[in-house]
Design a protein around this ligand. Structure first.
Ligand code: CMP
Length: 144
């Protein structure tokens, strides 16, 4: 089991001025920030990141949305990171998300859903590499 996952605070999170609140909730849940940056995704980068969804009907709109403004990719570490982070953010569709989850609290729709979380250890590793080189990530054992 890996202990890392990739979060993206999406353009709606940044536009609604919720970066601080969402990061607080993530840290209060026991995740350590290993790397974080604010970036405006290019079309190519967004298409590459969401390649698995290429054939889905929402793909085009997803790329428009994800390139509509800056977002904040964050590499996170915690035991059981992928599963625990998905529990913290709630279902993709905020209408189906559990009470208290980040999407239930802040998301407007299935598309504008505030935050992304990796769905498997394999994808977490790929997704972290999409945004961070290994040198950019905190070496947690070196300082804790
Ligand atoms: P995310 O967890 O980042 O993974 C794919 C994204 O596509 C999803 O969050 C939403 O932002 C977006 N999306 C839009 N429509 C749908 C849909 N019907 N099902 C799943 N994801 C969708």
């Amino acid at each position: 089991m890996s202990n890392r996952t990739l979060a993206i605070l999406k353009p709606d999170c940044v536009k609604k001025n919720l970066i601080g609140k969402v990061i607080t909730q993530i840290q209060d849940a026991g995740f350590t920030v290993l790397g974080m940056k604010m970036v405006k995704l290019t079309e190519d980068s967004a298409k590459g990141f969401y390649e698995v969804h290429e054939a889905r009907p929402f793909f085009k709109d997803l790329i428009v949305y994800m390139t509509s403004g800056p977002c904040v990719p964050i590499a996170l570490e915690k035991e059981n990171a992928v599963e625990d982070f998905r529990k913290l953010i709630g279902a993709t569709d905020p209408a189906k998300a559990a009470e208290g989850t980040i999407r239930k609290l802040y998301a407007a729709s299935i598309q504008e859903n505030i935050v992304h979380g990796s769905d498997s250890d394999e994808n977490a590793s790929k997704e972290i590499s999409h945004f961070f080189s290994s040198k950019e990530l905190l070496e947690i054992n070196g300082w804790k």
